[in-house]
Ligand binder design. Structure first.
Ligand SMILES: [Zn+2]
Length: 692
C-alpha cells in the first residue's frame, strides 16, 4: 500500500528524465490577508496544529519532525499525470531537480567525487538557463578562486584541507609472507605518519602506562626502539569481556592518546592496534583514516589489524606460545607485560598519507537588483553536497553505502533553483519592481564536512557583509508534514517575525518561528559574521543520513508551498526600504559578535540526546575546522570541552564569552572529555580572520 505523496514514488522511478511542464514562476502575491481572517484555532495535543499560524519558540532540529498524516491511496487509483498537473509547474520542476540530484549517478555528492563535480555542473547549467549572472572571479592558477576580480565564473573553488587524510600508498606483510589486504586484514589509521619499516614485534598488552591499582604494561626501562609495538585497545577485561576498571564501557585508562604517547615515548618504530578478542563493549571492526585521528599525525606508521592477522603474528613469533585470547587473559591479570616475539613475526609496514586536499566549490549566480536598492543584497543558499558513500557523516553500519541525500539536501538545492527562477522571472518581467536588492543564489559545498563552503564564502566574500540584508538557508525542506514548518533565525534581526509575518500568513502553513540564528547548517556561518538569517526546515526523520534518504520519499506538493513562501520572503526583504538590523539572540554583540581570536570548533546544536550517557556538561564538538587553534591542539569531533583554564564550561555561550576575553597568542588550558576520560590540552589561540 502506498501513501498519497509517496504514490508519486512510482513516477519517481519512471521520471528520471521527466518532460517538465512550462517553466512559469509562482504567481506574485496579490494582497495581504484581510484583517477579519478567522481567529486562530487552538492546538489539540496529538492532533496536527490547527490551521496556519506562527508559533514563536525554540525548535530542537534534531528531535523535531512533524507526523505525516497524509491519507493512503491505492497506486492503481492514481493518475500521475493529473497529480502533477494539479500540483503545478513549480512542484514538477522542483521534483525533477530533486530526483535528478539524488540519483545514484551523483554518487551522494561528496566533495572530491565525480558526482560532486556533476552536481556543480548541473547547478551552473540551470543558473545560466535562468539568466543569472556569474558571481565570482575566474579561478587562479593555484586552482583557488581569488576574492577580487571581475565576476566571470559561477564557481568559487577552494580546497578542503584538514579533512581525513588520504592513504596514497600502503602495504603490510608478515615475515615476508603475502601482502595483507587493506580494508580486510588491516587498515591505516588516521593518526599514522609516513614511513617504511621492517622490524620484529613486541606485544605490549594494553599499552597502559599507569592504570588502576598501579597496573602497568611496561617493565622499568622498556625500550621499543627498532621494534613494532602490537597493542590491544581498551583495558583489562574480565571473563565476560567487560572492563575490570569501569562499570560501564571503559575507564579513562583506555584512552588511545595515552597509549600512543606511551609507545612513542619508548621509541616504537611502528604501532599495530588490535581489538582484544571477546571484548563485550567497544569497536571491533577495522577503523579507517576518518575515524582514527586521535591527535596530531605521528612520525611512525600506525595501523590496525584483524584478530586473525594478530593471531598469525603471534603464532609465527611464538609458536605454541598461546593464542591471542590466552595472552589477553595474561594481560588482564597483569601476569604479563611486554612480550618480544621472534623474528618469525617480523612485519614490514609502509604507509604514505597525504593531508587530503580535497577540491571543493561553491556555485552561485546573481539576479541583479533594481533602482536605489540594487547595491544591497539578499542571499538565498542551500548546500548541494552530501556524504557520498558514507565514509564520514553516517552511522558505522552504513559505511561504504551510497547516501543519495534526497532530503539532505537535494531538496533545499532544488528549492533554491526554483526560487531563483521565480525571482529572475519577476525582476525580468513586466511586473518588475522599481527598487529591489540584488539576490545572490548559492549552492554551498562541503556543508557535511563542517559548513566548509559557507565558511569559506564568509571568509572570502564577493559581496561585503554589511551590504547583505539577509541570508535565507534551505536545508532539508523535502518532507513537509501536516503543513508544519520550522523557520529559524527569527531573532537574528530586529522585528524579523513581524516583518516576515505577511509571508508566513500567506503561506497557509504553521510556522514554528525559532529564534536562534545558530545551528548545524550554513546559515550559522552568516549569522556568525553578523548577518540576519532565516533557516527553513521541514524536520528530522529516520532516514536522515542513511542510504534510505531517497528521492521517492520526498513531498513535491509541500516543496512547492515552501518555494512560494521563500519567494515571498525574498520579495519582502529585497524590496523593503530599510535593510534589516542584525541582532544576536544569545548575547552576540551587534558588532558582528566576533571575538579577536578563533578556536575553530563547531558546537553541536542538539540537546543531550546525542551525547554518550554519563557525558559531562560542556561544549560537544560537532566539527573541527582545519588549520585552526583547535586542530593544532588536537581537539577532535566528539570531544566535550568541559573546562577553560580550570573554569567549568556549561555551553557554547559560555565558551564564546571566554573567547572574547582573549587575544591572539594566549595559551589556554582546555579540558576535554574523550572516550570516557578527561584530557587536558594546551590551546594556543590564533587571531580570527579579519572581516572584509
Ligand atoms: Zn543538510
Amino acid at each position: 500500500m502506498l501513501e498519497l505523496a509517496p504514490s508519486i514514488a512510482l513516477l519517481a522511478l519512471a521520471l528520471q528524465a521527466p518532460a517538465a511542464p512550462a517553466q512559469d514562476a509562482p504567481a506574485a502575491p496579490k494582497e495581504a490577508p484581510s484583517q477579519d481572517a478567522p481567529a486562530a484555532a487552538k492546538d489539540v495535543p496529538g492532533e496536527p496544529p490547527a490551521g496556519p499560524k506562527v508559533i514563536e519558540g525554540a525548535v530542537n532540529i534534531y528531535s523535531w519532525g512533524p507526523d505525516d498524516r497524509s491519507k493512503a491511496v491505492e497506486a492503481k487509483d492514481i493518475n500521475l499525470r493529473k497529480v502533477f498537473e494539479d500540483l503545478g509547474p513549480v512542484a514538477t520542476r522542483w521534483y525533477q531537480h530533486a530526483l535528478t540530484l539524488s540519483n545514484p549517478f551523483f554518487e551522494g555528492r561528496a566533495p572530491g567525487l565525480r558526482g560532486s563535480e556533476v552536481a556543480a555542473e548541473y547547478l551552473e547549467f540551470w543558473m545560466k538557463d535562468m539568466g543569472l549572472e556569474p558571481a565570482f572571479p575566474e579561478r587562479g592558477t593555484d586552482g583557488i578562486t581569488p576574492k577580487d576580480g571581475p565576476w566571470k565564473s559561477y564557481r568559487q573553488h577552494f580546497t578542503l584541507t584538514g579533512g581525513a587524510p588520504k592513504v596514497e600508498e600502503a602495504s603490510m606483510s608478515v615475515a615476508g609472507g603475502e601482502a595483507l589486504e587493506r580494508g580486510k586484514d588491516w587498515s591505516v589509521l588516521g593518526i599514522s605518519g609516513n614511513a617504511s619499516i621492517e622490524a620484529p614485534v613486541v606485544f605490549v598488552g594494553y599499552g597502559i602506562e599507569e592504570g588502576q591499582d598501579g597496573y602497568t604494561s611496561f617493565e622499568e626501562g622498556t625500550d621499543l626502539e627498532g621494534k613494532v609495538a602490537m597493542v590491544f585497545r581498551y583495558e583489562p577485561l574480565d571473563e565476560r569481556g567487560r572492563s575490570r576498571w569501569a562499570t560501564r564501557r571503559f575507564s579513562e585508562f583506555s584512552a588511545m592518546t595515552d597509549k600512543v604517547k606511551a609507545l612513542v615515548d619508548r621509541k616504537a618504530a611502528a604501532i599495530i592496534l588490535v581489538a582484544p578478542p571477546g571484548a563485550r563493549d567497544g569497536r571491533t571492526a577495522l577503523e579507517d583514516v576518518a575515524t582514527s585521528r586521535w591527535g596530531r599525525p605521528l612520525d611512525i606508521p600506525m595501523v590496525q589489524v584483524s584478530e586473525a592477522v594478530a593471531e598469525g603474528i603471534l603464532g609465527r613469533g611464538m609458536p605454541g606460545g598461546g593464542s591471542l585470547m590466552d595472552w589477553r587473559r595474561k594481560f588482564d591479570e597483569g601476569a604479563a607485560k611486554t612480550v618480544a616475539l621472534g623474528d618469525g613475526a617480523k612485519v614490514a609496514i609502509s604507509t604514505k598519507l597525504s593531508t587530503g586536499g580535497t577540491p571543493a566549490q561553491n556555485v552561485a549566480g546573481v539576479v541583479r537588483g533594481k533602482g536605489k536598492l540594487a547595491d544591497e543584497w539578499v542571499i538565498v543558499g542551500a548546500h548541494f553536497d552530501h556524504v557520498g558513500f558514507g565514509y564520514f557523516g553516517t552511522a558505522p553500519q552504513y559505511t561504504g553505502q551510497l547516501h543519495p541525500g534526497a532530503d539532505d539536501n537535494a531538496s533545499g538545492t532544488s528549492a533554491m533553483l526554483c526560487v531563483a527562477q521565480a525571482i529572475a522571472d519577476l525582476y525580468g518581467g513586466k511586473d518588475a519592481p522599481a527598487d529591489a536588492r540584488s539576490v545572490l543564489f548559492m549552492g554551498f559545498d562541503a556543508e557535511e564536512s563542517g559548513l566548509r563552503g559557507s565558511r569559506w564564502y564568509v571568509e572570502h566574500p564577493t559581496v561585503p557583509g554589511d551590504k547583505v540584508s539577509m541570508m535565507i538557508n534551505m536545508d532539508m525542506v523535502g518532507r513537509l508534514r501536516s503543513d508544519d514548518l520550522s523557520v529559524g533565525g527569527m531573532k537574528s534581526a530586529k522585528d524579523l517575525v513581524d516583518i516576515l509575518r505577511p509571508a508566513f500568513e500567506r503561506s497557509g502553513l504553521t510556522i514554528r518561528a525559532d529564534p536562534s540564528g545558530r545551528g548545524p547548517s550554513d546559515h550559522a556561518s552568516f549569522y556568525g559574521v553578523g548577518i540576519p538569517v532565516a533557516f527553513i526546515y521541514t524536520g528530522n526523520h529516520d532516514d536522515y543520513h542513511t542510504p534510505a534518504d531517497k528521492g521517492f520519499t520526498l513531498n513535491p506538493e509541500g516543496a512547492a508551498k515552501i518555494v512560494a513562501l521563500a519567494v515571498d520572503m525574498v520579495q519582502l526583504v529585497a524590496m523593503r526600504p530599510g535593510k534589516l538590523e542584525f541582532q544576536g539572540s544569545e548575547g552576540a554583540t551587534p558588532d558582528r559578535g566576533y571575538a579577536g581570536v578563533r578556536l575553530g570548533v563547531m558546537p553541536a546544536m542538539g540537546g543531550d540526546e546525542d551525547r554518550a550517557p554519563g557525558a559531562p556538561k560542556g561544549v560537544l564538538v560537532d566539527a573541527v575546522s582545519a588549520d585552526t587553534s583547535a586542530s593544532d591542539a588536537g581537539i577532535v569531533k566528539g570531544d566535550i570541552i568541559t573546562a577553560w583554564n580550570g573554569e567549568a564550561l556549561d555551553g557554547a555561550g559560555a565558551m564564546m564569552g571566554k573567547l572574547r576575553g582573549h587575544k591572539p597568542g594566549d595559551v589556554v588550558k582546555v579540558k576535554v572529555w574523550r572516550d570516557g576520560k578527561d584530557v587536558e590540552l594546551d590551546v594556543t589561540l590564533r587571531a580570527a580572520k579579519p572581516k572584509e
